[in-house]
Design a protein around this ligand. Sequence first.
Ligand code: ADP
Ligand code: GLC
Length: 477
Amino acid sequence: MKILHATAEYFPYIKMGGLSDMLSSLTKEQSKTDETFVSLPLISGFKETPLYTGNLFSCIKTEEVPHSNIVTEILRQSQFREAEWKGVKLYFFDSPLFRDQSSIYGNPDEHFRFAVYSYAAYFLSLELAVDVFHCHDWHTSLAVALQKNSPYGKPSVFTIHNLAYQGDHPQWMTGFLKDAPFFLYPEAYSHDGKTNYMKAGILSCDQLTTVSPGYRNETLSDANGFGLSYILRKREADYTGIINGIDPEEWSPSQDERIFRKYGTEDHEDGKLKNKISLYEEIGRPKIDPSRPLVGIIGRITYQKGYPTFLQAFNERKHLSHYYIFLGAGEEDLQNILFHLSHTEQDRFYFFKGYNEEFARKIEAASDFFLMPSLFEPCGLNQLYSHAYGTIPIVSRVGGLKDTVSESLLEDQYTGIVFEPNDPASLGYALERAETLYENEKKFFETRKRIMNLDWTWEKRVKSYKEVYNKAIEKRL
Ligand code: ADP
Ligand code: GLC
């Protein structure tokens, strides 16, 4: 099967969050059995230079467009540059719209840039004659709408990674969608008096997925659908939740060159302790007693991640012996509070503001527990990375977190600690349970070993995607 993914992020080229890791690890696995292609924007400042094959692809057939305008002109000046990455063929959208941008998001013209990119990705799917076209999040959802409109349209799958970001814009900003080369009907993307790209993807695709069954079910209810639940309910029969996998070659403590000391299931006691001691030295706090439990926290500092719940529990449970290391960047107000705590509570808390892959891995390797207090979480990758690194996750009972972490009474199924979202008392009590577990060394080490052996690879999940692809193909027959 020939599969083309269209995305805004792809590791190691563009990473803002989990979408990037999810796409590269999924496609790497898919490429073992299927011809797998990915389109992504070419922006400036990649850490890794793509391995270009020299093949170029155009983004529009100008002779088929009745008249030219700014969109068709930009598409004419753009091209896809083919490259190879670990068995996957990448198609970099090399366009004046993105070429000089150092970051993929945050531009005031996003509604325009991603619409033009979506057209190009749609056109590429025709050029490559793919069997399935798989788009991710609102940035590429118009490509799905274009497939539906076209007599040459390919079977399409649309995946929601985060319903909180919908690409909604005032209608007057998106008048160009009615014109060449889009010719989209406003009904496809109008929502609540605005243009909503996410809605277009949800309504137009042949099959719809999201990144966990738990999140799928949550989004169908008005409380968690961010205004789109009634649209999602229309697609309920075609809507599947598939939990993300991880790439063990990227995320494994026995192979990770970026941590202080590699370890596996046989030497985790010594290995993790050495990582902890080295991390305290690196952050300039070598006097912290390494026998105290270390709780790691890493993430975008946004409403979604629920960090204020943690701050309240942190203030209320001062008697606990936990040490906390927090890596993240985002909302200024919260960052300032974290800076302040890092200064005033040096014996309990350390905060590093920024985005740092290497530091994230060191925290995973050194920590005893990993805290994710999300208010909603479509899947979440850090609890899976934590399992792989023998770091026991403490998570809120939402979305993909509740699907992947179980505080089961059956010991062989116990894989972490779970609390109620947005509830500092429940989080505080979870931290108490973490301390009790930590003090019971036998149970603690057994749990650590068990979670390190969990299988979060893509193998099974790729089969679930294949089933979804086949359903999309059947719909088009
Ligand atoms: P989301 O995509 O909502 O941000 P995920 O848990 O799916 O959440 O994925 C987040 C990914 O981004 C993880 O790989 C995490 O380690 C990484 N990440 C988030 N913030 C940082 C940061 N400040 N430094 C390094 N990595 C980060
Ligand atoms: C989104 C979600 C996160 C998920 C990731 C990859 O960013 O917030 O929960 O893990 O996409 O699917």
